[in-house]
Design a protein around this ligand. Structure first.
Ligand code: SF4
Ligand code: SF4
Length: 415
């Protein structure tokens, strides 16, 4: 089989991206590879100022699972050799050596660098002879000193097929970079700078969330690996490097409580089923897909389980959404308006619902034979409203003609 220039396959996609102003001008670098010829891709997991929640999320992913990626069971996606400081079987030098190989260009296979947590200013810690976040060690003046993960990222970034920032601390600085920020923490994008491009020609890829959904991560990794393999297109990223297909909608639009918002029904305390906007939900402005996708295996996810959105996927988190669990100022306009028109819409819908809860026979006989309870008959106002609604509904259509009843036709058990 002849070698194919996969840059030719990528170009139309890249041009489409450039035409779309939401996406930065990303030029994939020409690479001569046989499509499908990559057997293994190394994934180096580095952790900075992190709580390890992103790692926990990643291993909870199911579509695809980390195991699927590591076993190479997804058609077309090369097998992933994961080097994770907590999950690895190897320890000590055996664990660290592949990191050195990647830096020195002797790995013999492509790799991606994944960073979890924000990047603290190591010079601040070094001034006191310490460090913030390290992996492996080296001898300095005869003493073993940890190697900062920031240094690893600095050295590995240029050779990586892609650098993926995992979780809000890595994507936007997150909690460690909140107001005050004694460690001068920053995001991977801030650390590597605007002009950074990976070996594939990609800026930093950002999977935000505190913690992010594991499936958002594994799905993006699989899409990037398909691109690297020369089989799939360059996935679509927005102007902040988020996978556009995952973060282009507000969480509110897919929220299971959005119907309550529309009808102007709001909770005034946690524990109910109504919309939570007046007790601190920022969902209408937050780009997140958790109500649609669920937290793990399509189960859970903030508002699905009663929690208000505090904007953890957004660059302004946490300062821009604090104080948490208080009414966002925008609701003074939006939910007040919704209360007004929602009350009207809600009551009109109730009238329609009365009629849609009746069989044709019950309408004709003006009677509901339910043994479960008294079913209220529509009052005069409701009948009048329905009369006009019914006319509107069937305007321009031919209605079926009722069949003439024959004497003695229907026999009921109680008659
Ligand atoms: S709970 Fe939040 S996301 Fe859900 S409908 Fe209300 S405002 Fe929107
Ligand atoms: S719904 Fe809000 S708080 Fe929950 S994960 Fe999404 S952005 Fe974070």
């Amino acid at each position: 089989m002849e070698a194919v220039d996969i840059s030719v396959m990528r170009d139309p996609v890249v041009q489409t991206r450039e035409a779309d102003e939401r996406v930065p001008a990303v030029k994939a670098k020409p690479t001569r590879l046989l499509p499908g010829s990559i057997e293994v891709v190394h994934a180096f997991w580095l952790a900075g100022m992190s709580c390890d929640g992103c790692s926990v999320s990643a291993v909870g992913a199911t579509q695809p699972a980390v195991e699927d990626l590591m076993n190479g069971t997804i058609p077309g996606v090369p097998r992933v050799d994961l080097h994770h400081p907590v999950l690895a079987v190897e320890a000590g030098e055996a664990f660290v050596q592949p990191f050195h190989d990647a830096v020195e260009g002797t790995l013999g296979a492509p790799y991606v660098a994944i960073f979890e947590g924000s990047i603290a200013d190591e010079s601040l810690a070094a001034a006191y002879g310490g460090y913030w976040s390290g992996l492996g060690a080296r001898k300095v003046d005869g003493e073993s000193q940890p190697i900062p993960t920031a240094e690893w990222l600095q050295k590995m970034a240029d050779g990586a097929a892609a650098v993926i920032a995992m979780g809000t601390c890595a994507t936007w600085g997150g909690v460690p970079a909140a107001i005050g920020n004694p460690t001068n923490s920053m995001s991977v994008m801030d650390f590597l700078g605007k002009d950074y491009r990976s070996a594939l020609g990609l800026p930093v890829i950002n999977i935000p969330g505190c913690a992010p959904q594991g499936d958002n991560f594994t799905e993006t990794v699989a899409a990037i690996l398909l691109f690297l393999q020369g089989i799939g297109p360059l996935p679509e990223f927005d102007e902040l490097g988020r996978p556009a297909w995952l973060f282009d909608e507000t969480v509110h639009r897919k929220c299971t409580r959005a119907g309550y918002y529309e009808e102007g029904v709001f909770a005034d305390e946690f524990g109910g089923k109504e919309c939570l906007v007046e007790i601190g939900c920022w969902g209408p402005v937050v780009q997140c897909n958790i109500t649609k996708r669920g937290a793990i295996n399509h189960v859970g996810g903030c508002m699905n389980v009663g929690a208000a959105c505090i904007g953890c996927t957004m660059p302004a988190f946490p300062d821009g959404f604090s104080p948490f669990y208080t009414r966002p100022p925008g609701t003074l306009v939006s939910s007040t308006a919704s209360r007004g028109y929602g009350a009207v819409i809600r009551n009109l819908r109730k009238i329609t619902q009365i009629y849609q809860n009746r069989e044709r026979r019950w309408l004709e006989e003006d009677y509901v034979p339910s043994g479960w309870g008294h079913v209220r008959q529509p009052n005069l106002a409701e009948k009048t409203a329905h009369f006009f609604y019914d006319k509107l509904q069937h305007m321009g259509t031919v209605r079926p003609t009722p069949i003439q009843k024959k004497p003695g036709g229907t026999v009921r058990r109680h008659e």
